[in-house]
Design a binder for this molecule. Structure first.
Ligand code: NAD
Length: 294
């Protein structure tokens, strides 16, 4: 069994990006500039955005945090997005989700210029991804593909089972694993909350990618020997022994499943750190996309 070290790979990727930024600067060009829009004071969102901004610093990007009040009107958020779309100093930007209930998330995502949509959530980019065209791939699935690639895990002709069908993880990763390519060329099954007898699918899977958000959901009885496990789940579970008062748990019962797995991602330290690294990679791409008027 080999543990897939997402922390190590994400650091390698950041080093590669840093090197490219130095190249850009040495040619007299400006470094990539990422902006992050944060609405409200949600604790988890503040943490996520904070680490996105500090990772920008680490690789030499410029970053701008646009903090807006919880009660901002939808129309004002839309005009902020229009401003970022037009701002030539900004290569890419993200709108941290979830947004407050009074704001229509779909409307906001549609307002982002697809050439600056480094989250890859705009339908134009999602469509391009599904057609195997060059575009921004949502960071978490992009990170999973990069882990499979760098660990040289065979995916062609394998039975891949994706648990969960969200727009940000389950659905895009199911598309990517099925596309022609390396990694890719898998026979993919997507199971979800309405799937009957879910175990009958996971027991036959060569690769399981779990993105549902129920700690310890995947147990050793549900998998076959030699399975590759990619655990996307991140759930805070109350723990009085921890200084923070909680621990982070994945979807997979790591200690029992690792006995049967050929490869497995830990939580934390697996897919999680890859997400930010791939957001940075998308930001680097956004600079060349804008320059080449894609
Ligand atoms: P979501 O809540 O949008 O979707 C969950 C999916 O799981 C749904 O499609 C649902 O059908 C399925 N599901 C729910 N209960 C199920 C059940 N009992 N059996 C089978 N399927 C079931 O979640 P999401 O946004 O895709 O996130 C999933 C998990 O991944 C969460 O823990 C989240 O925190 C984590 N996540 C991690 C990263 C990262 O960077 N590593 C990024 C995004 C999400």
């Amino acid at each position: 069994m080999e543990i897939i070290d997402g922390k190590k790979i994400s650091n390698q990727i950041k080093e590669e990006i840093k090197y490219e930024v130095q190249n850009i600067i040495s040619k007299g060009d400006k470094p990539p500039h990422l902006a992050a829009v944060l609405v409200g004071e949600d604790g988890a969102s503040l943490t996520y955005v904070g680490s996105k901004v500090s990772s920008c610093k680490q690789v030499g990007f410029k970053s701008t945090l646009v903090k807006l009040p919880e009660n901002i009107k939808e129309i004002d958020l839309l005009s902020k997005i229009a401003e970022l779309n037009d701002n030539k100093e900004i290569d890419g930007f993200i709108v941290q989700l979830p947004l407050p209930k009074h704001i229509d998330e779909e409307k906001i995502l549609l307002a982002v210029n697809p050439n600056k949509d480094v989250d890859g959530f705009h339908p134009t980019n999602f469509g391009k991804m599904a057609l195997n065209m060059k575009t921004f791939i949502p960071a978490t699935p992009f990170g999973i593909m990069e882990l499979l690639k760098r660990y040289k895990i065979e995916t062609s002709g394998k039975n891949t089972v994706v648990i969960g069908r969200s727009n940000i993880v389950g659905r895009p990763i199911s598309i990517l694993m099925n596309l022609k390519g390396i990694p890719g060329d898998s026979t993919v099954t997507v199971v979800h909350s309405r799937t009957v007898n879910l175990e009958s699918y996971t027991k036959n899977a060569d690769i399981i990618i779990s993105a549902l958000g129920i700690p310890g959901f995947v147990k050793k009885e549900m998998v076959k020997k030699g399975v590759v496990i990619i655990d996307v789940g991140i759930t805070r579970v109350k723990d009085n022994n921890s200084t923070r008062g909680y621990v982070i748990r994945g979807d997979v019962d790591f200690n029992s499943v690792k006995e049967k797995a050929s490869y497995i991602t830990p939580v934390p330290g697996g897919v999680g750190p890859m997400t930010i690294a791939m957001l940075l990679k998308n930001t680097l791409l956004s600079k060349s996309l804008l320059k080449n008027n894609y």
